[in-house]
Design a protein around this ligand. Structure first.
Ligand SMILES: [Cu+2]
Length: 847
C-alpha cells in the first residue's frame, strides 16, 4: 500500500465522550424483526442478502437448463429432449439469465454495498427496495415454474414476432413471457430509482462526485440506463400482448403493422442491456484492483468519462443486431462504425486496470484470479465483438454458434467473472471470515477451464455452419466432436460452481456477530466497522481513498466521533446531502419494517400472472388489493417535521424538506423520465409504422372531426388552470380545505374527461383498433394516457383523504408536490397525444 498521507484539518472528530445509552438506542431503532417476521424487514443489508440469494438461485436454475441444452447437443441425432421442450429450455435459459439473474444480481450487489460504500445508514426508499425484491422474487419464481407444466415460452429470449404472434405461438407461453418479464422490468425500475436517489443524495458529507468510489459511479450510470432503456421493451411487451389478446395488429405486416418494429424496440433496450450488466461489473473490478495492487486507481477521471461515454453510445448501437434484416446501406455503415467505436472507451478501462496493476504489486488471492480471468475472457469477447460489428462478417456469422460463443464470452466474462471476484472480495465485509482460498482456487480453475473448453470451440462450430437454436443435427458434417467437447466443458464449469457452492455453505454455517472486516487493506468506506445500523457515526470524507488517507477513520467512526452517532428523532435516519458537493441538507427519517409493501408486491405479481391465464375477475381483484396495499404503505410515509436537530460537528439540520430539495421529488422526476422514455418509444413506433406502411393510413375524409380534439384540448386546458389554482390554494392555508378538495376533484375529472372525449372522437369516426397498425397505434396512445391519468386520479384522491384528516397542509406537502408533478406531466403528454393522433394524420393524409 502507498504510504498513508495525513488527513487535512477538519472540525471532526469530536473528542467528547458519548452519552450513556446512545448506542443502545441506535441499535434498538435499527434492530430488525426476527423469525418469519423478517419478511417485513426493509434494511438494505437484509434485503441485499435476500436479493443476492434469489439472483444466485436463478443463476443455478438457468445454468441447469444450459446443461440440459449441452446434453441434448452432445451427440448427433439425440432424442434426450423433444423439440418443443428444447425450445422452451433454450428460451428460458436466455430469459432467466438476462432478466432474472444478470440485472437483479447487479442491483442486489448495489443495494447491499452502496449504503456502506457511500456512508449512508440505508438507501432513501427502503420499502421501495424491499418491494422491488419481493415483486421480482414472486414473479420470477412463478415464471420459472411454467417450465414444469410445459407452458413456458419457446420463441427465443428476444421473442421475435411473427413467431411469437398468436398464429405461430397459439398457447399461453408467449403471454407468460410478455406479462412476466414486463412486470419484472417494473421491479428493476423501482430499484433503479432507489439507486439513483441514493447515490446522488445520501453520500457521506464531503464525498463530492469526484471522490465517489467508481462502483457508485457505475451503479449511477447503470440505473440511469435502466430508466431510458427498459421502457422500450416494456412498451414492446405491452404492444405484443395487446396484439395477442385483442388482435391489435402492431406487428402483422398484412394489416399495416411490421414485425421489425419489435426488433427495433427490443434491441433499443437489448443492446444497452449488455452494458447495463457490464458497467457495474467493471465497477466492481475497479474497486478490487486498487486494493489488490495496493495503489490508487490509475486514471479515475478518465474512467468516469469512459463509463459515461459507453453508457451514452450504447444507445446508438441497437441496429447491429439487425444487420441481416434489409436495413439501408447508409445506416448499416453508421451502426457498424459506432459498434466498433464503443471498443475505445471500453478499452480505456481495460488499460486503466492494467496500469494500476503495473503501478502496484498485485496480490493474488482468489478475487484477483477472477479479475484476471475476467480480463482475458472479456477481451476475447470484445475482439469477436469487433468482428461481428463488421457487416460482411456478420452476414456470415449471424444466428450461428459463433454468436453464441461471442455473447457468452462477453456476458460470462464481462459479468459472471467479476461477480465471483466480488463475492470473494466482499465476503469478509459481511461474514465472520473470508471464503476458503484453497477451495476458491479449485473453483476458479474449474470455472475458467470449463468455460473455455465449452465456448472456445463454439466459434469454430459456428464458422463451419452450425446455426443456433437447432435441437439436433445429423452426424458426419464435422459438428460431432466440437459439440462433445463443449458439453464436457460445460460440466467442468458446473463442477467449479459446485465447489464454490460448497465453500459458501461452509462459510454460512459459521455464524457470528462480527464481520471479519478489512482483511485486504482496502480503501473505501464499506470496510469500516459495520453493524445493523451501518457505521456507528457517519464520517466526513476528505479524500478519494478515505481508509488510506485518514488512518484513524475506523477508530473515530466506531467511537461515535463523527456525524449522527445516535438517533435524534427515535426513527431510522440518514443524512441527505447535496447532489454534487455532498453538503448536509436535512435529516431523512426512513420507514421501518412493515408488511404493506410485501402484500403490494404479492398482489401486483398476482395481477399480472392471473391476467396471463385469463382469470380476469381475480386479476382485477388483485389489482385493487395491490393499489390498496400501496396506499396503506404510503399513508405513514410523510411524517411531519420534528424540528431542527444537531447531527454533530456544529451542523444543525431540518428534519423535513419539500419541493425540489426533497428526495421524494427527485424520485418522482426520475419516474417521469421513465414515463417519458416509454412515450418516446411509442412515438417512435407510431412514426415508424407510418414510414413503413402508409397505405393503412386514413384519408382526410375518414378522420374524426376536429371538434372532438378541440374539446379535449379545452378539457386539458381547464384541468391545468385548476392545477395552478390548487397550487395557489395550498399556499394560502387551512381555511381553504373545502375549496381545495373541490378544485382537485374537478381537475382530475377534467383530465379524465378530456381523454374520454378524445376516444369518443376516434370511435365515432368508425376507427376500430383491429383495423390496421395505424388504428391500433391510435388506441395504444389512449391506453398509455389512461395509465398515467389513472395514477393521477388515485394520487389526487389519496391527497384529498390526507387533506381531510389533516395529514396534508402548506408545510407538510410532499404528497401534494408529487401530485402536482404527475398531474402536470399527464396534461403535457395527453395534449401531445392529441397532436399526434388527430393533428399529424390530418397533416399527412391524402384528400
Ligand atoms: Cu449489441
Amino acid at each position: 500500500m502507498s504510504a498513508p498521507r495525513p488527513a487535512s484539518a477538519t472540525e471532526l472528530p469530536s473528542p467528547l465522550p458519548r452519552p450513556e445509552g446512545e448506542l443502545e438506542q441506535l441499535a434498538t431503532v435499527w434492530k430488525g424483526p426476527k423469525g418469519w417476521r423478517v419478511i417485513g424487514e426493509v434494511n438494505n443489508t437484509i434485503i441485499g442478502y435476500f436479493y443476492i440469494a434469489a439472483a444466485f438461485l436463478f443463476f443455478l436454475l438457468a445454468g441447469i437448463l444450459g446443461l440440459l441444452i449441452r446434453l441434448q447437443l452432445a451427440v448427433p441425432g439425440n432424442d434426450f429432449l423433444s423439440q418443443d421442450t428444447y425450445n422452451q429450455i433454450f428460451t428460458m435459459h436466455g430469459t432467466v439469465m438476462m432478466f432474472l439473474f444478470a440485472v437483479p444480481a447487479v442491483e442486489a450487489v448495489g443495494i447491499l454495498l452502496l449504503p456502506q460504500m457511500l456512508g449512508a445508514r440505508d438507501l432513501p426508499f427502503p420499502r421501495l427496495g424491499a418491494f422491488a425484491f419481493w415483486a421480482y422474487f414472486i414473479g420470477g419464481s412463478v415464471f420459472f415454474c411454467t417450465l414444469f407444466f410445459g407452458v413456458a415460452p419457446s420463441g427465443g429470449w428476444f421473442m421475435y414476432p411473427p413467431l411469437t404472434g398468436t398464429r405461430f405461438s397459439p398457447g399461453i407461453g408467449a403471454d407468460w413471457w410478455l406479462l412476466g418479464i414486463g412486470f419484472i422490468e417494473i421491479s428493476a425500475i423501482a430499484g433503479a430509482i432507489e439507486i439513483i436517489v441514493g447515490v446522488l443524495r445520501t453520500r457521506a458529507p464531503g464525498m463530492t462526485l469526484a471522490r465517489m468510489p467508481i462502483f457508485a459511479w457505475t451503479m449511477l450510470i447503470f440505473a440511469g440506463m435502466i430508466v431510458f432503456a427498459f421502457p422500450a421493451v416494456i412498451l414492446a411487451t405491452i404492444l405484443l400482448e395487446l396484439e395477442r389478446a385483442f388482435d391489435w395488429p402492431f406487428f402483422i405486416a398484412e394489416r399495416g403493422g411490421d414485425p421489425l418494429l419489435w426488433q427495433h424496440l427490443f434491441w433499443f433496450f437489448g443492446h444497452p442491456e449488455v452494458y447495463i450488466i457490464f458497467l457495474p461489473a467493471a465497477g466492481m473490478v475497479s474497486m478490487i484492483v486498487p486494493t489488490m495492487a495496493g495503489t490508487p486507481l490509475v486514471g479515475y477521471r478518465l474512467i468516469v468519462v469512459a463509463l459515461i461515454a459507453v453508457g451514452f453510445f450504447s444507445f446508438g448501437l441497437w441496429v447491429h443486431h439487425m444487420f441481416t434484416t434489409g436495413i439501408p446501406a447508409r445506416s448499416l455503415g453508421f451502426f457498424s462504425a459506432a459498434s466498433m467505436a464503443v471498443a475505445i472507451p471500453s478499452g480505456i478501462q481495460v488499460f486503466a486496470w492494467i496500469a494500476t496493476i503495473a503501478a502496484g504489486r498485485l496480490k493474488l488471492p482468489v478475487a484477483s484470479l477472477f479479475v484476471i480471468g475476467f480480463l482475458v475472457i472479456f477481451t476475447l469477447g470484445g475482439l469477436t465483438g469487433v468482428m461481428v460489428a463488421m457487416v460482411p462478417f456478420d452476414r456470415q456469422a449471424h444466428d450461428s454458434y459463433f454468436v453464441v460463443a461471442h455473447l457468452h464470452y462477453v456476458l460470462f466474462g464481462g459479468m459472471v467473472f467479476p461477480l465471483f471476484a466480488a463475492v470473494y472480495y466482499w465476503t469478509p465485509a459481511f461474514s465472520t471470515r473470508p471464503l476458503s482460498e484453497r477451495l476458491g482456487r479449485w473453483a476458479f480453475g474449474l470455472i475458467f477451464a470449463g468455460f473455455n473448453i465449452a465456448f472456445l470451440p463454439m466459434h469454430v462450430t459456428g464458422l463451419i455452419g452450425m446455426p443456433r437454436r437447432v435441437y439436433t443435427y445429423p452426424a458426419g458434417i464435422g459438428w460431432d466432436g466440437l459439440n462433445m467437447v463443449s458439453t464436457i466443458g460445460a460440466f467442468i464449469l458446473a463442477a467449479g460452481i459446485l465447489v464454490f457452492l460448497i465453500d459458501v455453505a461452509r462459510n454460512m454455517r459459521l455464524t457470528g456477530s462480527h464481520p471479519a472486516g478489512d482483511v485486504w487493506g482496502a480503501n473505501s468506506l464499506e470496510w469500516l466497522p459495520n453493524h445493523e445500523y451501518a457505521t456507528r457515526s457517519i464520517p466526513r470524507v476528505i479524500e478519494r481513498d478515505p481508509l488510506w488517507q485518514q488512518p484513524n477513520l475506523a477508530r473515530d467512526v466506531e467511537a461515535g466521533g463523527y456525524y449522527l452517532p445516535g438517533t435524534l428523532t427515535g426513527a431510522r435516519e440518514t443524512i441527505v446531502t447535496s447532489p454534487i458537493e455532498a453538503e448536509p441538507q436535512y435529516l431523512m427519517r426512513l420507514s421501518g419494517p412493515g408488511y404493506a409493501h410485501v402484500s403490494a408486491a404479492l398482489f401486483t405479481a398476482s395481477f399480472f400472472l392471473l391476467l396471463t391465464v385469463k382469470a380476469v375477475t381475480l386479476a382485477a381483484i388483485c389489482g385493487v388489493l395491490a393499489v390498496i396495499s400501496i396506499l396503506v404503505w404510503m399513508w405513514d410515509s410523510d411524517p411531519p417535521s420534528a424540528g431542527k436537530v444537531d447531527i454533530g460537528g456544529g451542523i444543525v439540520l431540518p428534519t423535513y424538506a419539500s419541493g425540489p430539495a426533497s428526495h421524494s421529488w427527485w424520485a418522482v422526476v426520475i419516474l417521469l423520465l421513465v414515463a417519458a422514455a416509454l412515450y418516446l418509444s411509442y412515438l417512435f413506433g407510431f412514426l415508424y409504422l407510418w414510414t413503413i406502411a402508409p397505405e393503412g393510413w386514413p384519408r382526410r375524409s375518414d378522420l374524426p372531426s376536429p371538434a372532438s380534439a378541440w374539446l379535449s384540448f379545452a378539457a386539458f386546458g381547464f384541468s391545468s388552470v385548476l392545477l395552478a389554482g390548487a397550487h395557489h390554494l395550498l399556499g394560502r392555508g387551512a381555511r381553504h380545505t373545502g375549496l381545495l378538495t373541490l378544485v382537485l376533484l374537478a381537475g382530475i375529472t377534467a383530465l379524465a374527461g378530456g381523454l374520454a372525449l378524445d376516444l369518443i372522437g376516434h370511435w365515432r369516426s368508425g376507427l376500430r383498433p383491429q383495423a390496421s397498425g395505424y388504428a391500433a397505434m391510435v388506441y395504444a396512445n389512449a391506453a398509455l394516457q389512461a395509465q398515467i391519468i389513472a395514477a393521477v386520479v388515485i394520487i389526487a384522491l389519496f391527497a384529498v383523504a390526507r387533506l381531510l384528516v389533516g395529514r396534508l397542509d402548506g408545510s407538510r406537502r410532499v404528497v401534494f408536490d408529487v401530485l402536482m408533478l404527475l398531474w402536470a406531466y399527464a396534461i403535457g403528454q395527453a395534449s401531445f397525444g392529441l397532436l399526434l393522433t388527430h393533428g399529424f394524420p390530418r397533416l399527412v393524409a391524402e384528400p
